[in-house]
Design a protein around this ligand. Structure first.
Ligand code: UD1
Length: 421
């Protein structure tokens, strides 16, 4: 198993390319199941989660070819021969449940393993189920699986989500493209990944309006055709690398970044005293002198502050001047990084969904353990400005969501290397 060794050092400088969004790609890939014709994705990120989704699609009979060093995914679901998403794959990655809506819509049935809990919380699927049932699906839960059928085909309906779940919106949206009649999703998630999915589905012939707002309207069509679609920029990778110069000092340009993808996050950086500027090629971030100021953060669905940047923001707050309060409103157990940051000298109290961080002058390197994807990168960010050496163990979490992290940060001047243990 690999570890990452980081030696804290001074200011960073240079440019860092931001990849296509993991979370967008993981919902765009199952969209291939909706059509007999090929779907090609460009600007795909090269990550282990993408390989897992490729494996899952292949297990259903889809063909997935990874071209141009993984940046292009050419898919065809012409000859699907299974509707069974097995526990062995689903347990590795919760986003596997995104095959449910497309399989039901195209094949009239699906058996999808329930994902179970994960390090950051319980993560039920009730909203996905209620939405698909509203479209006429019959769904049974037994033996750890969802058995879904649509004996009379799916039919458009009004779906009211009690929470703006990203995954539920995606599953219902994909299913609705082939349902008969009109579907309206109220309280839909507004994340850029939803807009990207709707854009791709429209390129495949779907009729969708209102994506990016809380009310999405879909007119079902008889069939979808092939398309080529570029994956939107990864706003979480973007925010993560914007924090590198904020934590270590220096000036870095994140290539391909746009402020509208991360505006709530940029407001917090601004309040902390970090300079953020949109350029022709991306976003430039600079911290010149002195410590950053403590700011409070509440995670919310888009356009609010993303839960997927909370751990990294906490790493910044560890050495801020003053006390900051971080409130986690999306996942109940998402402070697993706090005890690890404490091992590096951070002063953090966690109570329920709230973490209070008292900024210290400097963190000290220590051996630490990655507990989930975003927690692992927060430890790397913290280590880059800490005194001495930090060894981050269990970095397989990191490879799920960040491509070539040591190379990208190393190019900015960070002292970071991967070792096989
Ligand atoms: C997606 C992202 C994940 C991000 C999250 C919130 C992908 C592959 N993953 O996850 O990185 O952290 O959005 O921005 O895109 N919930 C229910 N019932 C449901 C569905 C969700 O109670 O049926 C709850 C969840 O337990 C959680 C909250 O809703 O507390 C948000 O979940 P959701 O928006 O569905 O996140 P995901 O789509 O799983």
């Amino acid at each position: 198993m690999d570890s990452i060794i980081v030696r804290g050092n001074g200011p960073l400088s240079g440019q860092i390319p931001i990849a296509g969004a993991k979370n967008a790609c993981l919902t765009l890939m199952p969209a291939t199941l909706l059509s007999e014709e090929p779907l090609t994705l460009t600007n795909a990120p090269r990550l282990s989660d993408i390989k897992t989704m490729s494996e899952l699609l292949a297990s259903l009979g889809a063909e997935v070819s990874s071209l141009q060093d993984g940046k292009v995914l050419a898919m065809s679901s012409h000859d699907l021969n299974s509707t069974h998403a097995d526990y062995d794959i689903v347990r590795k990655m919760r986003a596997s449940n995104l095959v449910l809506g497309p399989l039901l819509a195209r094949m009239g049935q699906a058996e999808v393993s329930l994902p179970g809990g994960c390090a950051i919380g319980d993560r039920p699927m009730d909203l996905h189920i209620h939405g698909l049932e509203a479209l006429g699906a019959e769904i049974d839960q037994r033996d750890g699986y969802l058995y879904a059928t649509a004996p009379k085909g799916l039919k458009g309906a009004e779906v009211n989500l009690t929470f703006a779940s990203v995954g539920a919106t995606e599953n219902i949206l994909m299913a609705a493209t082939l349902a008969k009649g009109t579907t309206i999703i109220n309280n839909a998630a507004r994340e850029p990944e939803i807009v990207d999915l709707a854009t791709c589905l429209r390129a495949m012939g779907a009729q969708i309006e209102g994506d990016g707002t809380s009310r999405i309207e879909v007119q079902g069509v008889d069939r979808l055709h092939g398309a080529t679609h570029p994956v939107v920029t990864d706003r979480i990778e973007l925010g993560t690398y914007m924090l590198a110069p904020a934590i270590c000092g220096g000036e870095v340009e994140c290539l391909g970044g746009r402020i509208n993808l991360v505006s709530a996050f940029c407001e917090k950086l601004d309040a902390a005293g970090i300079h953020v500027e949109e350029t022709a090629n991306g976003i430039k971030v600079a911290r010149k002198n002195g410590r950053v100021k403590a700011v409070d953060v509440v995670t919310e669905p888009f356009p609010g502050f993303p839960t997927d940047l909370q751990a990294q923001m906490m790493a910044l707050m560890c050495t801020a001047e003053g006390t900051s309060v971080l409130e986690e409103k999306i996942f109940e157990n998402r402070f697993m990084h706090a005890p690890e940051l404490r091992r590096m000298g951070a002063s953090i109290e966690v109570q329920g969904g709230t973490a209070t961080v008292h900024g210290v002058e400097r963190l000290k390197g220590a051996p630490v353990m990655a507990t989930d994807l975003r927690a692992s990168v927060s430890l790397i960010l913290a280590a880059m400005a800490a005194e001495g050496e930090t060894v981050v163990n269990r970095v397989y979490h990191l490879d799920r969501g960040y491509e070539r992290v040591e190379e990208k940060l190393g190019n900015l001047g960070a002292h970071i290397e991967r070792v096989k243990v």
